[in-house]
Design a protein around this ligand. Structure first.
Ligand code: KG4
Ligand code: ZN
Length: 359
């Protein structure tokens, strides 16, 4: 089954074509530079940019997936090559999500293709299962149950997966998400948006021991919760004290913050791997692009004698429609198509362990 998927949940307009778990194309129109001057995503700007670019991105995804096919009109390749249309319903920015949902409904109706509604977090969770074009191995080698860590700008979730489609969130953040904390710290240091990749680069040259920051939730280790607001406040105070900032200070501050924030993830992940007897560990979401955190989690997986799976490219970690196509494939296999598109609506606060509101 070949699926055309759309994700407009935040600041990337993305469309992909997938077949099974294979990514045939995964096109992104990134708005990050547009939002950079505001230090974060501006929803109304995002909505306008999604509207302006979505048709172009759909066309590009189709042409990339089927380079030898020449269709007469821009969406013509859908009729003969695509079996279903999928879209991110939520979670995400409401008005941004709406652009993708409307486009998916239009394509599904115009070309008479089944419609698959996908949860954005499920896309991140299953992204490590995707394989590049030309490779044929599938998810079949992954043993269940699985523990998944999804760390992005909105989520720091540990999820127990008994089988694909069956999720139990065992820990989530009570305040800021890990990516959000990295973004806010980068802003404090006068660095750009998104902050995670900038901090990662600077941290490589910094000394993690130059400053002491409080590891979150120390003394409350039995609680399955992530929290970053206390660390963020401590960081803010430290940055103010260190002003004026030099390049060396910024590198050390980046290294110290990253190290402390990651220790919190390491501790709770280790606990979850001990408490829940899982056979595999998946890591997805924008923060999964971070090489240092990958290294630390790989060590923990090794200690627990289980394999760690991460997406095969960094593009599949941050928001993209390829991962939505992978999640849609499994929903399609289970026959989870939407029958009445009038009921389908964006759901900014959709939860991975709950059906969408109309379902
Ligand atoms: O998954 P994503 O693209 O969007 C959400 O669904 O939120 O994640 C974006 C987050 C941002 O907070 C960004 O700073 C972070 O992922 N991120 C990184 C890296 N690349 C992106 N964090 C740490 N290291 C990176 N290399
Ligand atoms: Zn995301």
């Amino acid at each position: 089954m070949k699926i055309l998927s759309i994700d407009t949940s935040c600041d990337e307009t993305s469309v992909a074509v997938t077949e099974g778990t294979t990514i045939l194309s995964n096109v992104l129109w990134s708005q990050a530079s547009m939002h950079a001057e505001f230090g974060g995503v501006m929803p109304s700007l995002a909505q306008r940019a999604h509207r302006e670019h979505i048709d172009w991105v759909v066309t590009k995804a189709l042409k990339t997936a089927f380079p030898k096919n020449n269709a007469a009109n821009k969406f013509g390749l859908i009729s003969d090559n695509i079996d279903a249309i999928a879209v991110t319903i939520g979670n995400g920015l409401s008005i941004a999500l709406g652009v993708g949902v409307d486009k998916a409904k239009e394509l599904s109706e115009n070309f008479n293709k089944p419609f698959i509604a996908v949860n954005h977090t499920e896309g991140h969770l299953l992204s490590p299962l995707s394989v590049p074009k030309g490779r044929t191995e599938t998810q079949s080698k992954i043993d269940f149950p699985v523990l998944s860590l999804v760390a992005s700008g909105k989520h720091t979730d540990l999820i127990y997966v008994s089988e694909i489609g069956n999720y139990k969130v065992i820990a989530h953040t009570v305040d800021d998400a890990l990516g959000e904390a990295l973004d806010k710290t980068a802003r404090m240091l006068g660095l750009g948006y998104p902050g995670g990749p900038v901090l990662e680069k600077l941290a490589r040259y910094g000394n993690t021991e130059a400053y002491i920051l409080p590891i979150p939730m120390i003394g409350q280790e039995s609680r399955y919760e992530f929290s970053y607001s206390g660390l963020k406040t401590a960081m803010w105070k430290l940055v103010e004290k260190q002003k004026p900032l030099t390049k060396e200070k910024i590198q050390n501050l980046a290294a110290a913050f990253q190290n402390t924030a990651f220790k919190h993830v390491e501790r709770l992940t280790s606990k979850a791997l001990e408490d829940y007897k899982v056979k595999s560990f998946l890591f997805g979401g924008g923060v999964a692009a971070n090489v240092e955190l990958r290294k630390r989690l790989r060590k923990i997986a090794n200690l627990n004698n289980i394999p760690l799976y991460i997406p095969y490219s960094k593009k599949l970690c941050t928001d993209n429609a390829g991962m939505i196509g992978v999640a849609a494939f499994f929903k399609g296999q289970r026959g989870e198509f939407e029958k009445d598109l009038d009921l389908v609506d964006r759901e900014p606060n959709a939860k991975i362990d709950k059906p969408f509101k109309w379902q």
